[in-house]
Design a protein around this ligand. Sequence first.
Ligand SMILES: NC(=O)c1ccc[n+]([C@@H]2O[C@H](COP(=O)([O-])OP(=O)(O)OC[C@H]3O[C@@H](n4cnc5c(N)ncnc54)[C@H](O)[C@@H]3O)[C@@H](O)[C@H]2O)c1
Length: 421
Amino acid sequence: MRGEIMESHIRNIDLAPQGQLKIDWVAGHMPVLNQLRKEFEQELPFKGKKVVVCLHLEAKTAYLAKVIQAGGAEVTVVASNPLSTQDDVVAALVAGGIHAHAWYGATEEEYHQHIHQALDFRPDYIIDDGGDLVSTIHQQRRELISHVQGGAEETTTGILRLKAMEQKGELGFPMIAVNDAQMKYLFDNRYGTGQSVWDGIMRTTNLVVSGKTVVVAGYGWCGKGVAMRAKGLGARVIVCEVDPIKANEAWMDGFQVMQMLEAAAQGDFFITVTGDKDVIRGEHFKVMKDGAILANAGHFDVEVNKVELKALSEETRVVRPNIEEFKLKDGRKIFLLAEGRLVNLAAGDGHPAEVMDMTFALQALSLTALTEQVTPLSAKVYPVPHEMDLRVARLKLNALNLKIDELSIEQKEYLSNWVHG
Ligand SMILES: NC(=O)c1ccc[n+]([C@@H]2O[C@H](COP(=O)([O-])OP(=O)(O)OC[C@H]3O[C@@H](n4cnc5c(N)ncnc54)[C@H](O)[C@@H]3O)[C@@H](O)[C@H]2O)c1
């Protein structure tokens, strides 16, 4: 049943109680965001403002939406990926007074329709993940460009797109690059992706990782986490890179480094996490072992070339939820998880709450930074202010009850002098 409640388009409002339980569970593990929520309830930094949040719609993002709502905003949520929406969580948001346009398994057409419905809300501020919201505004809803006062972008891929727009002079409003804050990528991309990718693969396949050969394509912040956790699970890990520095880093971290064509013949599991397209393609499928399992953790479902995989296959079928079998013409079988979409979100619950606590604190604080501007920022991509990164770091240490030393005046002087007497 599709609900049309409070200008929302969702699957079923009756799922709200079970979605609320999920939100309550993560809220209990997000102390930094809880601290900000308390402050926002007092200070109402977003009072009278409309915010559209375009993220993977599960419990943690839902809690971020609730925190922004607690700061006085009217909030609309929309999915950044049709396969990561949890219908019960979205129902709970709607029951709690947030507008939503999303359901699990939305078709391509519905997905874009939902983005338009969210934009009909005419947001003052936006939170985007991967750049679909920003790109829709700039390509199809240009009347909103002068209305939107700014936003924050969650992920590497979205920031690449924003920087391309900025360079061409096509970005119409300021955006804050949350992904590039240290309290984001050092933890979310590395430890969050590292853990949740394996959680998604293991719960979907119910197979052992130990003793297997895992091929990780991309040794950026996410790839480092995926490779590190594969090693911890007992796998032999091969890294494929295009950046010579990252390739050296992977080698020194103890991984094998080789070209994909060579790795393709050896891997039992393949995980792409590059943000690039066609990383695994026809020539690679041709040499893969029978039973090879492919998963993607990069933002878009373009890293594994599904069209070429299909063309090499005589038959495809779904053999378990989120596992599609491609039977090749020579009889080998290759399995693709979650249609090649982000495996940790499409076939799992995404990153752990304790990690997203920091990322979403940065998102919420970035929005406050935008609302506090006396003169509007020009239409550029801005870093998260370093003090904000430090603030989130301190709040997290506080929540963990960890104390660290402080520099003495003498130490500060020593560190800032080049003459050491
Ligand atoms: N699954 C998740 O939850 C999650 C979380 C954060 C980011 N992401 C996404 O994951 C992707 C990677 O993010 P990141 O932060 O690690 O980026 P990054 O820029 O730190 O790393 C990407 C790496 O991929 C390498 N690369 C590019 N093309 C390649 C190719 N053809 N073959 C091999 N390597 C190649 C680059 O050299 C780079 O080292 C992005 O799309 C990002 O949006 C996903």
